[in-house]
Structures are given as structure tokens and as C-alpha cells.
Design a protein around this ligand. Structure first.
Ligand code: AVI
Length: 332
């Protein structure tokens, strides 16, 4: 019998995403000292499409490493997760790489897979990509990560464990304290014995890292500059995008890559929806993303401090990238 998955989409009850965007742009761009914008706003439809292109650039190895690790170690990962399990994925994207893991799991049991995404386009792609897997049902949640996870946890059946996937080193886009806070919140939603598979980019030679964030074709530059266009489109801004330049730097002290938008000249920009006028000096920057890199010691401490234990780590060739299995511990 063919148990081909059914697909359901639960829609977001987001308060008012437009207002939230406006408020966060105001707070970030008027910040004393370094101007900044939250990196999550890089991913509108244009930004998400550009990120898909970044993920296949020769200079950007992270997404391919993710897929290689899943292809090579899916069975081992599945063996270490006691069943039956339901799978939730935070930021599934198209779900393409997750196929390896889901198929390995489907050999053992019927799988309920819950992709959680703020992008309806990505969720629709995920349905198309994974809808053909036998013995699996998909219920997509168009939600922020934690809201979606709360709903998934509420659907768990008696005796069922949860396996949460957080891949692609998205945790690296959180500042260190925010990453710990986020993982603690994930742990709070889970039960002891549940697992979190965390994909993380590892510390490596700067000469290898920087081109991944400043590729010669200019895709990452377009991805970054699109944030100004998005503000123009959605908030009535008048940024002249040609007067800004993409830049990627390695912040050695903090162990992170930063991407910035650099003002090429002194200028004044207006954003109508928030009634704001911003002055830029020549060379002044807006920081639009931090991308932290990890090592195993930092990850072991992070697991311990957030209510998990680090049960296993799988490395990609050359130890450039890792998968880390965090197992939720009983509260002490
Ligand atoms: C999604 N995230 C893990 C990417 C990263 O590497 O920090 C986003 C990205 N920014 C520029 N290139 C890729």
C-alpha cells in the first residue's frame, strides 16, 4: 500500500509583520554608533531567491556540506535517535537536503514531518520536493521558529519523541547570548530525550571564509543590497542603491564574519513610513548580518548551558562544517 504523504499548511497569525519591520528598521538604523539591520529581513522573495543562488556558488560550501553530511550519515543519525520520532525542521527552505534523513527514517517508521518557515514560497517548494516520499506526512507551519515548534510539540502523540533539525548554520546568525537564549527556549518546548540536530559552520582560515561572503559574481552583494530595495518597496524609502557598496569582513575578536552596506558618499535618506531622515557619512556602514563560526568546545559548552548534552558530532571533510546531536536533558 502506498502511504504517500498528505500536505497541510497552517497559516501564520503574525501580529503585523509590516509594523514589526518598520519598528526594527527604525531601531537599528537610528542606533548610536554602528547602524544595523536584522539579518532576517534579508529574506524577502528576492532575497530568498538570491540565497538559493548563493548556496550553489563554488565559494559558498556550507549548503553543499550540509547535504553531504546528511547523505553520508543519515542512517547513523537515525540510529541515534530513539523512535518513534516526529521531525520538525526550523527554516526548512525547499527541504531538498532533508530528503536523505527523512528517507532513512521512513525505513524504520511512518514519519510526520513538520517544516517551519516564515516563507510561504519555501513551504510550497518543500511540499513539491518531499511530497513523494512514501510513509511520510507533511504538515507545514508558516510561523516563526519557536511559535511553530510550540504547535508541533502540541501535536506529538503519546510516547513519540521529537527530532528538531536546525541546519545550515543559521544558529551562527544569532549573537552568542541570543543563540544560547534561543536554544534554552527550544529546550523548554522539548521533553527529556528529544533531540536537536544542529548544523554549524566551523572556524577556518579567513582566506577560505571571506570569498564565501564576497563572491566575485556579486550575488552576495545583490543579496545584501536588496535589503535597501526592500525598505524602498515596503516602507517608502528613497535609498539610491548605487550609492552603497557591499562589504564582508572577519571580526577576529568576536569570531564572526560581518556583512555591511557601506555608504559611498555623504548622503541623506528618507523613509516615509517611519517618518525618518537618516544621515550617512562617506564610508559609514550599516551592519546587516553576523555569521559566527564554532568549534567543538564552544558547542559542548553551549549544549550544557542550554539544557542539552552533546551526544555526537559528525564532521565534513577537512572539518570545515559539523552536525551536532544535542539531546535534551532532564532539568536538575
Ligand atoms: C543563512 N546563513 C547561515 C548564511 C550564513 O552563512 O551566515 C547567510 C549568508 N549570508 C551571506 N551569505 C550567506
Amino acid at each position: 500500500m502506498n502511504h504517500k504523504g498528505h500536505f497541510m499548511l497552517t497559516h501564520a497569525i503574525t501580529a503585523d509583520p509590516g509594523r514589526e519591520f518598520a519598528a526594527e528598521v527604525r531601531a537599528g538604523i537610528t542606533k548610536a554608533g554602528q547602524k544595523e539591520l536584522p539579518s532576517k529581513y534579508l529574506y524577502d522573495d528576492v532575497g530568498s531567491a538570491l540565497f538559493e543562488v548563493i548556496s550553489v556558488l563554488p565559494q559558498y560550501g556550507l549548503t553543499r556540506a550540509d547535504e553531504r553530511l546528511l547523505r553520508r550519515h543519515a542512517h547513523e543519525i537515525v540510529e541515534q535517535v530513539p523512535g518513534p520520532v516526529a521531525v520538525a525542521e526550523l527554516g526548512s527552505g525547499s527541504g531538498k537536503k532533508t530528503r536523505w534523513l527523512l528517507k532513512a527514517l521512513c525505513r524504520r517508521q511512518h514519519v510526520s514531518y513538520f517544516p517551519i518557515e516564515i516563507s510561504p514560497t519555501a513551504l510550497a517548494m518543500c511540499e513539491r520536493e518531499l511530497g513523494d516520499i512514501d510513509f511520510m506526512s507533511i504538515v507545514g507551519f508558516e510561523r516563526e521558529y519557536l511559535d511553530g515548534l510550540v504547535e508541533v510539540a502540541a501535536r506529538r502523540r503519546e510516547g513519540q519523541n521529537l527530532l528538531v533539525l536546525f541546519l545550515g548554520s543559521t544558529i551562527g546568525n544569532f549573537d552568542r547570548p541570543a543563540a544560547a537564549k534561543f536554544l534554552r527556549e527550544v529546550r523548554y518546548i522539548l521533553q527529556p530525550g528529544d533531540s536537536l540536530l544542529l548544523g554549524t559552520d566551523l572556524e577556518k582560515d579567513v582566506a577560505l571564509q571571506l570569498p564565501a561572503y564576497d563572491d566575485p559574481v556579486g550575488v552576495t552583494a545583490a543579496f545584501n543590497l536588496n535589503l535597501l530595495s526592500r525598505i524602498n518597496r515596503e516602507l517608502g524609502g528613497n535609498f539610491d542603491v548605487s550609492k552603497f557598496q557591499h562589504s564582508a569582513i572577519f571580526n577576529e575578536e568576536l569570531g564572526r564574519i560581518e556583512i555591511h552596506l557601506v555608504s559611498r558618499e555623504p548622503q541623506v535618506v528618507r523613509i516615509r513610513a517611519i517618518d525618518l531622515e537618516i544621515t550617512f557619512a562617506e564610508g559609514e556602514t550599516i551592519r546587516t548580518e553576523n555569521s559566527y563560526k564554532f568549534d567543538r568546545d564552544v558547542l559542548a559548552v553551549l549544549a550544557r548551558d542550554t539544557g542539552f548534552s552533546l551526544a555526537n558530532t559528525w564532521y565534513d571533510d577537512g572539518h570545515l562544517f559539523s552536525f551536532n546531536l544535542f539531546v535534551a536533558q532532564s532539568p536538575k
